[in-house]
Write a protein that binds this ligand. Structure first.
Ligand code: TRP
Length: 326
């Protein structure tokens, strides 16, 4: 089980860091992938753009290979059982521990004018998402580790107080280091909030991709054979490794080690590799995004699968809680 924030516009970092893993997981496990639209209300109370964002994030994930027939791909708000479990778990979550959450403290700083209770209990809602399907594996990045730890705490508290219903959810990746996709300006990784020109989006058109890649930071090149590569050059090689061919990569690695590399040529190659990689995804995503009848079908089928699982969990939860009065 994992949740995807409907902020729209996936970038290459999201693709290699998350979506590619979902696609791999879908043929090995029973998967629940959820668009976290209710979570977005904690920071974005204005919902005018929500529908467009939800459509885009669904379309982009499907275009990347997520198969709505294999997985349950659904919207959080289409599964009302979520809010019921959220309420029960809220009684087991303490103000003190919620206030200590890193993401809460960050938000308090970022939006001091709207420190709402939903923001405080964000980790409780996330725990409800996960526990609702009694999920044991949660593919998420490092930034979600604390939330997952809290989900385990709430699961254990519930189990001890009322009876064993929930397994302990664990963060999951494929044993490898999570792939970090470096940004094009040589600082950190691709991200939504940082330099837009240094991040490649799945919706970027060919010219914009070329423009961004050609602006990537380089230097005059090595002057002695086998010089260690500076970070920003390592990044360009790493990007080529992700989207290009082994043959081209080897060609430029040899050229670097022999001090005859021409970064202009390398970036031209990387730009074409990137275009080749992104274009089919962008085109698929665009036709899915504008096919509202298809998206409705996807959401309906997804909600049905998620609710079937949720109903069974809530039946068990109410039973051990003693909320069955008949
Ligand atoms: N909080 C997660 C994020 O910011 C999104 C999310 C919501 C989530 N519900 C979840 C992730 C359940 C994993 C499981 O990315």
């Amino acid at each position: 089980m994992s949740g995807i924030r409907p902020t729209g516009f996936l970038h290459l970092g999201n693709y290699f860091g998350a979506v590619r893993n979902y696609v791999k997981l879908q043929s090995q496990f029973t998967c629940y992938f959820m668009v976290a639209d209710l979570h977005s209300l904690t920071t974005h109370p204005d919902t005018r753009e929500l529908k467009g964002h939800v459509h885009r994030v669904l379309a982009e994930n499907i275009a990347c290979g997520l198969d709505p027939e294999k997985v349950a791909l659904f919207c959080q708000s289409h599964v009302p059982e979520t809010t019921e479990l959220y309420l029960y778990l809220n009684m087991l979550a303490y103000k003190g521990e919620l206030e200590k959450t890193t993401t809460f403290k960050d938000k308090v700083r970022q939006q001091p004018e709207n420190i709402n209770a939903g923001l405080l209990t964000y980790p409780v809602l996330q725990a409800a998402d996960i526990l609702l399907h009694r999920a044991s594996l949660v593919p998420v990045g490092k930034d979600q580790e604390q939330h997952l730890e809290m989900a385990r705490t709430f699961a254990n508290r519930f189990n001890h107080r009322y009876g064993e219903v929930f397994p302990e959810p664990q963060a999951f990746n494929f044993g490898e280091e999570l792939v970090k996709v470096p940004s094009l300006d040589g600082t950190g990784k691709m991200s939504k909030s940082e330099n837009q020109l240094a991040t490649i989006y799945l919706a970027d058109d060919d010219d914009l991709i070329r423009k961004k890649v050609m602006k990537a930071k380089t230097d005059a090149g090595p002057t002695a054979p086998n010089t260690p590569r500076p970070d920003y050059i390592v990044n360009i090689f790493q990007l080529m490794q992700l989207v290009g061919t082994a043959e081209n990569l080897k060609f430029f690695e040899d050229a670097y080690d022999e001090c005859r590399i021409r970064y202009g040529d390398m970036k031209k190659q990387l730009a074409e590799d990137m275009v080749h990689f992104i274009t089919p995804i962008r085109q698929r995503a665009e036709s899915i995004r504008t096919d509202h009848a298809y998206l409705k079908k996807v959401m309906d089928i997804g909600a049905e699968k998620a609710r079937a699982s949720a109903r069974e969990t809530m039946r068990l939860a109410r039973e051990v809680m003693g909320l069955d009065y008949y």
